[in-house]
Design a protein around this ligand. Structure first.
Ligand SMILES: [Zn+2]
Length: 188
């Protein structure tokens, strides 16, 4: 389950001070949105999720989705190209999850099963977010490595490097969903 978009805030953050702080990680700014589901049993709730779940980027309905974005920016170098030390990253993600509509009609046992189920669902979506979190620092790292190797790095080259990393993030997401069959092997 993934719906990925990339926003390249191309260039020029006017940083005043603080620009020397090295950022090796890209902590994800997470937000959640819920959609209501109801039913008398977990099975009925799952049927409601199938009918009303959010659509992924292929247009297929999913029980939940994680949509992450990686934003990058940099400052131009005085000598042309970009300043590799100025690369800034920002990671955001929105997870869409089902939530039982009020009044809840599940009995105690089913509600406990639902709570466990929802937790597994959340774990699955969080794993997608972690793909972005884990790889995003590569954008900065590879741009700097390029600059060390080539002596400078153009904005076009930096964009290309950044997009390449994002492709790897998407590939991780796809492989994860293939491996788990969109979470079915994880009890979803
Ligand atoms: Zn998934």
């Amino acid at each position: 389950m993934r719906a990925l978009e990339v926003v390249a805030l191309s260039i020029v953050l006017a940083l005043s001070g603080g620009g020397t702080k090295r950022q090796h990680v890209c902590p994800v700014e997470l937000s959640f949105t819920n959609y209501p589901v109801s039913g008398a049993t977990l099975q009925e709730v799952r049927a409601a999720m199938r009918a009303h779940g959010p659509r992924d980027e292929s247009g297929d309905r999913r029980f939940a989705t994680a949509e992450w974005r990686v934003h990058w920016s940099w400052k131009p170098a005085a000598t042309g190209g970009i300043d590799p030390e100025s690369v800034q990253l920002r990671c955001t993600a929105t997870i869409r999850m089902p939530e039982l509509a009020w009044p809840k009609v599940l009995d105690g046992l089913e509600e406990a099963r639902w709570a466990e189920y929802r937790q597994r669902l959340l774990q699955h979506e969080m794993n997608h977010v972690r793909h972005a979190e884990r790889l995003a620092p590569e954008i900065r790292g590879r741009i700097q490595a390029w600059a060390r190797h080539a002596g400078s790095v153009s904005a076009e080259r930096a964009q290309s490097i950044a997009r390449g990393v994002v492709r790897e993030m998407r590939a991780l997401d796809r492989a994860y969903d293939r491996r788990t069959r969109h979470g079915r092997t994880e009890g979803l």
